[in-house]
Design a protein around this ligand. Structure first.
Ligand SMILES: Cc1cc2nc3c(=O)[nH]c(=O)nc-3n(C[C@H](O)[C@H](O)[C@H](O)COP(=O)(O)OP(=O)(O)OC[C@H]3O[C@@H](n4cnc5c(N)ncnc54)[C@H](O)[C@@H]3O)c2cc1C
Length: 453
């Protein structure tokens, strides 16, 4: 088959500066002979990744490992805070293990055995499922540490990271409208054969490329802070389903995650399917919820060690398409948070890996048209991986947006271990990828049968 003439609008992804192998050597510091072109090479790469959160670092790690020259631009400087619950499920642990991130407890990672769910007058402790596909434990680590560890891990693999670089706009090819790089607040330009938007929920870069949030997808809002508390040491992540707005039970949950360092990460998240979403005072809700906690846990103003901070959780593919005109979206930028449980780190890592694998294959193709064909598989692969499950998630968030359903589900579910074991696998997306028990097969079959949209 010959493929000489790319279709209109197909990118010229030919290296813009030097062969990959030379770039790789340079990136790893093996090329000491820097010539006149070195200034130019510093601001160009095979792939420019915007954002060094979990998604950006995962993309960068896998691209660098595959031998590509990858430049990561991060607006903040590490260590930096990120508003988060700091909880990692076995799904995230698997992704970290796959990247070779050291996660020993001696390195400061706190392990947990499962989830404690409190609500509807019931309380149940559920161990993470015992599966061949996922490890039987989760982790907790502050994002201040976590994101820095991942970014350094990507650097060690050969990725170049520039911190304190705020990307403001894409550089576009006049003829094709394709992204060829980015410009920054301090008026610098960085060029790449491909660009990855891993710049989180607001994803300024995606917006500048015309990719806006979708209103037909769920969105969460969550707030969190830290308290010095005896609850800091806990083998279980704790979730409270009783969040009330007057007489209405709200769709969401509060959490208490012991950090193992004398503090607990305490917060709550709600979905936009509740009636009063947008009018709720989250800080006040947090205050009221915590006021009902036992005094000895110490969730008081005097023990609060951080401000109460909040952010949005973009769920169920709330920004699409995930590939367009040379730009791939990973993590929150592509709205990858799981609508069932608000978990986003695992999906940021997984989508980062997937994006990197697609890019690696694409850039190895000899013609523009064949490269483009490979890049177009990225959204398809994402849909295959999560599409049906996220569609189910949308049904779920609509249902629990009805206070009567939420009340019925918590009152009758939490007391029944078999229902909760099913719920944990479904909500955590933790099933055997092949085979497994009846619950695994049911969840997988329903996810597969549900159309990805
Ligand atoms: C309150 C709260 C609690 C949460 N709790 C959990 C939890 O317990 N477990 C879980 O799995 N998920 C949780 N999440 C979701 C999770 O935080 C996100 O899904 C995850 O951080 C997504 O990773 P990311 O790399 O896509 O984006 P981010 O982590 O947002 O990283 C984006 C990066 O891009 C950088 N950036 C942004 N704009 C630019 C720019 N213009 N130029 C250069 N760099 C830029 C940012 O500085 C940042 O470093 C929570 C979210 C919230 C709001």
């Amino acid at each position: 088959m010959t493929e000489q003439v790319p279709p209109a609008g197909t990118p010229d992804l030919a290296p813009q500066h030097e062969p990959v192998s030379a770039a790789r050597a340079r990136a790893r510091g093996k090329d000491s002979a820097r010539g006149k072109n070195s200034a130019r090479a510093e601001d160009s790469a095979d792939v420019v990744v915007v954002g060094a959160g979990p998604a950006g670092s995962a993309v960068a790690y896998y691209l660098a490992t595959a031998g590509l020259d990858v430049l990561v631009l991060e607006k903040s400087t590490f260590p930096r805070e990120k508003v988060c619950g700091d909880g990692l499920t076995p799904r995230a642990v698997k992704a970290l293990t796959g990247m070779g991130v050291p996660i020993a407890e001696s390195d400061g990672w706190l392990r947990n055995k499962g989830l404690r769910i409190i609500g509807g007058g019931g309380r149940i402790e559920l161990d993470w499922p015992d599966l061949s596909s996922y490890p039987g434990y989760g982790l907790v680590r502050t994002r201040t540490d976590f994101d820095q560890i991942l970014a350094r891990h990507a650097q060690k693999a050969g990725a170049r990271l520039l911190e304190g670089v705020n990307v403001t706009a894409p550089l576009l090819d006049d003829r094709t409208g394709r992204i060829t790089g980015v410009t920054t607040k301090d008026k610098r330009q960085f060029r790449g054969r491909l660009v990855v938007a891993a710049d989180g929920n607001s994803s300024r870069l995606s917006v500048a490329m015309g990719l806006h949030k979708r209103d037909d997808r769920p969105l969460g809002v969550a707030v969190r802070t830290y308290y010095t508390s005896p609850r800091h040491d806990d083998d279980y992540l704790e979730a409270w389903l009783d969040l009330w707005d007057g007489s209405s039970l709200l769709p969401g949950y509060g959490w208490i995650f012991g950090m193992g360092d004398g503090t607990s990460n305490v917060g709550l998240g709600l979905l936009n399917t509740s009636k009063g979403f947008g009018e709720i005072d989250y800080r006040d809700l947090l205050r009221k919820w915590l006021a009902a906690m036992p005094a000895e846990w110490g969730f008081t103003e005097e023990n609060r060690t951080q401000p109460v901070r909040g952010a949005a959780l973009p769920m169920g593919f709330n920004r699409t398409p995930h590939y367009t005109r040379g730009l791939l979206l990973a993590g929150d930028a592509g709205g990858m948070v799981n609508p069932f449980n608000g978990e986003g780190i695992a999906y940021a890592l997984e989508s980062g890996e997937l994006a990197a694998r697609v890019i690696t294959q694409a850039l190895a193709r000899p013609t523009a048209a064949s490269r483009e064909r490979v890049l177009q598989t990225y959204p398809r692969q994402l849909k295959e991986a999560y599409g049906g499950y996220y569609t189910l998630g949308r049904v779920f968030v609509e249902l629990i947006g009805k206070p009567s359903f939420m009340q019925f589900a918590t009152r009758h579910g939490v007391k029944r271990p078999y229902i909760m074991r099913f719920t944990m696998k479904l909500l955590g997306n933790l099933t055997e990828t092949r085979g497994g028990d009846a619950v695994d097969r049911l969840v997988n079959a329903v996810s597969k049968m549900t159309p990805a949209a």
